[in-house]
Each structure stands twice: as C-alpha cells, then as structure tokens.
Write a protein that binds this ligand. Structure first.
Ligand SMILES: [Zn+2]
Length: 356
C-alpha cells in the first residue's frame, strides 16, 4: 500500500496532465440505485481475507436469506450490496459487527468519495456505563458522558428518557486510534464517582495500549510495560430497552417492504433509462401517501410525555442522516404539529401532553 501511495503522490504535471476533465453528476447512471442498497465495509485485520470468505461468513452472521454481493476495492475492504434496502438498513443499525472477533467497520455507501479517502478510523460502539446513580441513568447523562468520547448516536432509554437497569447503554462513534476509555470520573453534588465502561461485541484489541487500531508505527507501549487493559472491558450484549411491540414491528416491516418496492421500481426506471411509466408513478404516489399517513399516526402516540423542543432538536442532531423518503416524513411531521396539538387538546386531560 505504501508503494501505491508513492505512485499516487501527485507528480509535477505537464500541460496535458494538468488539463481538467469535466465530470458530470448524471454520468453515475445506474450506480446510484445500486448504491442505495450497498454499504462499504472494512475488516480491521492484517491478514488478507478473500471476498468470498468474507461474504460466506457475513451472510451467516447477518442472517440474510438472499445472497450478498461482495466486491473487493482494497485490502479487506469491500462494497457489499444487499438484495433489499431493508436488509441493508437492518445490518447498518446493528453495528458494530465482528468477523472472527475482528471489527468489521461499516460505512454508508458514498459514491462521490475516493475509496482511499473513506474514513474507517471511526466506528459505532455500544458502551455500557456501569455504577451510575439511578437518578442519573437517563438520556441527558448518556449524551453528556458519551460526548466525551465521540458523537453520540443513540442512548438506549425508555420513551420518558429514563434508563434504569444494570447499566446505561450509549452508542458512540468512536475514534479507533484512541485507547478505549475504561470509564469516566463524574462529580455528583461534590462527590466523585468512577463510572466504569464495558463494550458490547468488543473486537480483538491491544491489551498493552488499549487500541483497536494502531497507527502505522504499531504499538507505542514498550514490551516491558504492564498491561492496563483486560477482557473485563467485554460486556454481554443487553436487550434494548426500547423493545418494539409485535403489532408495531409488523407495521414497520410492511412499511419498509413498501419502501423497498418503491426504491426497486425507481431502480427499474433509472436502469432502463426510459420515461417514468404512469402506473409506476401512480403506485409510487400511493405508497408515499400511505407511508405518510402511518408516520403521522405513529407520531401522535410518540408525543407522550412533555419534552422541550430544544431536547427534541438534540435527539435528532446525532442521528445518521436518513434517506430522502425519511426526510420527507420528517417534513410532514413538522407540518402536522399543529394538527397533533389540536387533536391532543381535544382529548381533555391529554391537553397537558403537548408542551409549548
Ligand atoms: Zn498497542
């Protein structure tokens, strides 16, 4: 790889080499449709893993019914294409993943970035924060402590923001080149407490320096230094607090299936390169309006306990960016806030549920 970097280092260019070739976005053509169903993955491992070995193993781990497409773009780095976008989202949401105990870093497909520039040094990790006073096992606390390590993607709490349990679970986008945090010191009412951390699906790591990924020079700790890290950092994966009710789950699956059909229809249109047929457009509109109705209905039940608009804004901030369709939903939700408020006000006691 270093040799390659040497070759790619920009040399002194002559006139022909320096004359830019204008590239138009529309030339990406069918690639974008396929990209919607794809992820980019890299196994953090020195030994090279063939794409078929990786594919067979991950098909089993991800429990996909239909075969995956793995295309190697660099050493242990692949474009992974799923049959459906639903499978892709499920796998992405289930991060982190391991390949034989080595971290398999997954990134959203980005067709615009050069493969050598994709950032595989940051990955999602589920951290369990132990020994927190019960009053502080909540969303706010998870975000404050989590932020000291990286971007907080999710805090696993109930809808009211409480997270009582054996630990507080926080999903953070962690810089893998930094030693894993063993915990944090917090001060509550002048009293200092140590909050130890454990990591779910903890991959193979260096117990000398506590890193999952070393810099090019390798481990900087001397061979004699005593190990400050141990398997104690490995946590047992916990069930999510926010378990989805069976009925809701079915509805969610149906909705995602319709979205998949929608995106596949779009792909047909794009790949054929012909004008959009009326029946496909009609079907798309129907799917869209159905989905919008369901989303609004969900929101009504989600209003729940009062939450300040600022807090809601914070919740949305750390989220991975949604698809165009999801963004469309968000717009429709905010457009219906007044309607929801109106509905709640009409329900007598429930009028207190919406805070303004
Ligand atoms: Zn090390």
């Amino acid at each position: 790889m270093e040799e390659m970097e040497e070759v790619w280092r920009r040399p002194k260019l002559n006139d022909e080499e320096d004359c830019p070739i204008e590239i138009q976005k529309k030339w990406t053509g069918v690639m974008r449709g396929k990209g919607d169903r794809s992820l980019i993955g890299k196994i953090v491992l020195e030994r090279r893993i063939g794409k078929d070995t990786a594919r067979i193993m991950m098909e089993r781990v991800w429990k996909v019914v239909k075969p995956l497409e793995f295309q190697e773009i660099d050493r242990n780095c692949y474009v992974i294409t799923f049959v459906s976008r639903r499978d892709k989202l499920r796998v992405m949401n289930g991060c982190p993943w391991l390949f034989e105990n080595h971290l398999f870093v997954l990134k959203e497909f980005d067709g615009e970035t050069q493969p050598s520039m994709i950032d595989f040094d940051h990955a999602f990790l589920w951290i369990q924060m132990l020994n927190l006073p019960l009053s502080y096992m909540n969303k706010m606390m998870g975000e404050v402590i989590g932020r000291s390590m990286g971007e907080v993607v999710e805090v696993d709490v109930l809808e009211d923001g409480s997270g009582w349990g054996r630990c507080l679970r926080v999903k953070v986008e962690y810089d893998l080149r930094k030693p894993l945090a063993r915990g944090r010191t917090i001060v509550v009412d002048g009293k200092t407490c140590w909050v130890p951390f454990q990591y779910e699906k903890l991959p193979r790591m260096c117990f000398k320096c506590g890193r999952i990924v070393h810099e090019k020079e390798g481990c900087k700790e001397s061979a004699e230094s005593s190990s400050q890290y141990s398997v104690w950092l490995r946590a047992i994966t916990q069930l999510r607090k926010t378990t989805v009710q069976k009925g809701e789950q079915k509805e969610k699956e149906k909705r995602e299936e319709r979205e998949d059909q929608g995106s596949q229809n779009l792909n047909i249109v794009k790949e054929d390169g012909v004008f959009q047929k009326d029946e496909i457009r009609e079907e798309m509109e129907e799917i869209g309006s159905k989905a919008r109705k369901e989303e609004i209905k969900l929101t009504e039940t989600q209003v729940g306990e009062p939450q300040s608009p600022d807090l809601l804004q914070d919740v949305n901030k750390g989220r991975p960016s949604g698809t165009e369709k999801q963004k469309e939903f968000q717009v429709s939700i905010s457009g219906n806030e007044q309607l929801i408020e109106h509905l709640c006000v009409g329900e007598g006691d429930n009028s207190k549920r919406v805070s303004r």
